[in-house]
Design a protein around this ligand. Structure first.
Ligand code: SF4
Ligand code: SF4
Length: 432
């Protein structure tokens, strides 16, 4: 007998599945058109990596538990029980062969939201304790210490002091400061913990931009982490706890605008997903630092040397900031102010290929070999531009592309948006 509905149903199906879930689960017509849009498939030609196949893993569980055909004739309709063996297969493909970049959805003949289904699958696996330990430890670090790298408070404050001295050198003003925990400022600025840990100069670069823009701003030492890796682990409760901390810190410091640092998924997780986790709209403005910098240029608050960067420059579009976040033109507007030779990758903008490090991939070292192999698509995109500098407004992308640069011998320099803008800024006297 094929039937016998398994007793334990994945929690996400306990309530009646909503229309978004049902529509996406029933829309795939198995045409295979999405295959060529996924860099994992393009780089390896492994059919298991076709986006439709990954989506079908999740849908097959839905069929097994939520449709009468799947309950009675599971093999006939490819309905699969979520047992340990199948959970391992799903973990390998949904965590280890997808960055949730969303490029496939743009090329899908019926508009299936593949990353949405992949995340549903990750949520099921999270309920079963199948989140890769490496990714879960990143989430745990954020939950336990307040930042995903478990940077102690004293180390953080020492780094900020050191960067303040750097800022004084840059501005020539011994009174220039990096404010911490100051209340009622216009802006609360967040950081990716990679900045205080590995790239502190990107903090002083943004501080320099704020300085010359005459901005009223502060950092928080309590909650500065812009990332939310629970978005990638699929655990909504943990994602909500992390997002709530940032919301509370905004309330505590009583600032008007939250400026999210250069982090694609962090921007998406807080700006677009957190209102869903927290079931509320925020009473303050939330923008990315890219939009903030573009606004300073438009308003003439900072001036940039149009001849500053003469070598060819390209931009890598972080999936969660651009395709999934809607910040598409601002970064180009900024660079065109001071870059003499700006070259687009092909494809670019909302159709750009993922760097290969999204979706929590960088945290999951067990998939390193596959990650670097799949990154050949991005490496070739970069090589074809002939660029000497690749700018990307995401610290996660910076990390991945730094590894890609070495692995594929690209000979490029990687810069965040704040770093390249700070280099081109024309110092002027401020009233502060
Ligand atoms: S979301 Fe990106 S990585 Fe995942 S299947 Fe689609 S194209 Fe591939
Ligand atoms: S293009 Fe869309 S409908 Fe076709 S196989 Fe891929 S996900 Fe399914």
């Amino acid at each position: 007998m094929q039937g016998n509905t398994p007793k334990i149903k994945p929690g996400i199906f306990n309530n009646h599945p909503d229309s978004r879930m049902i529509t996406n689960m029933n829309s795939c017509v198995h045409c295979g058109l999405c295959a060529e849009s996924c860099f994992f498939y393009l780089a390896t030609k492994d059919e298991r990596f076709m986006p439709g196949r990954k989506a079908d893993l999740v849908t097959s569980v839905y069929r097994r538990y939520c449709t009468w055909q799947g309950k009675v004739f599971p093999k006939l309709v490819n309905a699969r029980e979520l047992n340990g063996e199948f959970a391992s297969e799903m973990t390998d493909l949904l965590f280890g062969a997808c960055t949730m970049c969303g490029r496939c959805s743009m090329h899908c003949s019926t508009g299936v939201d593949v990353p949405y289904l992949v995340r549903l699958g990750r949520t099921m696996l999270s309920e079963m304790g199948f989140v890769p330990a490496t990714l879960q430890s990143t989430v745990n670090a954020a939950l336990e210490s307040g930042n995903n790298m478990s940077i102690p408070l004293t180390e953080f404050l020492d780094t900020i002091k050191w960067m303040e001295e750097e800022l004084m050198d840059e501005t020539g003003d011994p009174l220039s400061r990096i404010p911490v925990n100051e209340k009622r400022k216009e802006i609360l600025y967040t950081l990716n913990p990679r900045e205080p840990k590995f790239y502190p100069l990107s903090i002083s670069a943004m501080a320099k931009i704020f300085y010359f823009a005459g901005e009223s701003w502060t950092l928080s030492s309590e909650m500065y982490d812009v990332t939310n890796y629970a978005y990638f682990s699929g655990n909504n409760k943990e994602a909500a706890i992390i997002a709530e901390r940032l919301r509370k810190e905004m309330k505590h410091l009583d600032c008007n605008t939250l400026v999210l640092a250069e982090c694609g998924h962090g921007t998406r997780a807080f700006r677009w997903e957190a209102p869903n986790y927290l079931k509320q709209q925020f009473p303050f403005k939330v923008i990315s630092s890219v939009e903030c910098i573009a606004d300073y240029i438009r308003k003439g608050r900072i001036n940039l040397d149009p001849d500053k960067i003469k070598v060819p420059v390209t931009i890598h579009d972080p999936c969660n900031l651009v395709r999934n976040g809607g910040v598409i033109n601002e970064q180009r507007y900024i660079l065109k102010q001071f870059v003499k030779q700006f070259i687009e990758m092909e494809p670019h903008g909302i159709d750009n290929f993922c760097c290969g490090g999204g979706g929590g991939q960088l945290a999951m070292s067990e998939f390193n070999e596959r990650r670097m192999k799949a990154a050949v698509i991005k490496a070739e995109q970069i090589r074809q531009t002939g660029a000497k500098i690749v700018v990307t407004p995401c610290h996660n992308c910076i990390d991945q592309l730094t590894q890609v640069n070495i692995y594929y011998k690209l000979g490029i320099k990687l810069m965040t948006m704040a770093e390249i803008v700070a280099e081109a800024i024309i110092p002027h006297k401020t009233n502060f």
